[in-house]
Design a protein around this ligand. Sequence first.
Ligand code: SF4
Length: 206
Amino acid sequence: MTQDRRLIPLSALQHYAFCPRQCALIHNEQAWADNYLTAQGNLLHKRVDSGDPETRNGTKFERAVMVSAEKLGITGKLDLIEKDLKTGALTPVEYKKGKSKPGNWDKIQLCAQGLCLEEMTGQAVAEGYLWYWQTRKREFVAFDKRIRQQTLAVIQQVQTIFLSGELPKPKYEKKCKACSLFDICNPKLIEHDNSATYIKQLFSQD
Ligand code: SF4
């Protein structure tokens, strides 16, 4: 990676894995729009961050931990790290507002947290958890070879988007309905590529 690269916020990896255009809009073009989902998420993270460190049943809980891994080129804030006081094992826990998703974007963000902790501490981080507010369920995620490779690939791809300033074209899909940037992105219109042609087509149907 080049010298003048920007450190990638952990959240950008999740944005990219969800939709590369969303990632570029937020992180290159500074576009942001709260919908009820992001508003819920902000509230949840405020609650999570406000907890003090504590120790229970041989595990120490540290909340809102700032991390930065220069070699990987990523930085961010971890909702929670659990430390097993007997083995020293570190386990990141990421809080999410919704429920478990079919896509792997939450897992990629979590795995990046694990990779970040590995670079910072020099010790292996084998697993993490995603905690979903809507279902009140904790999902186990093993940081296996596959998810590690996917995560490293996404880090590389986000770095490329950051350096190029490229804004990928929209692709209208089901997930767009849950996207906080739907109105800014306007995927149905822009997907037609040429709005003048699109408008013409609309009226030629009369
Ligand atoms: S509306 Fe769809 S294409 Fe546009 S940024 Fe969101 S997910 Fe991506």
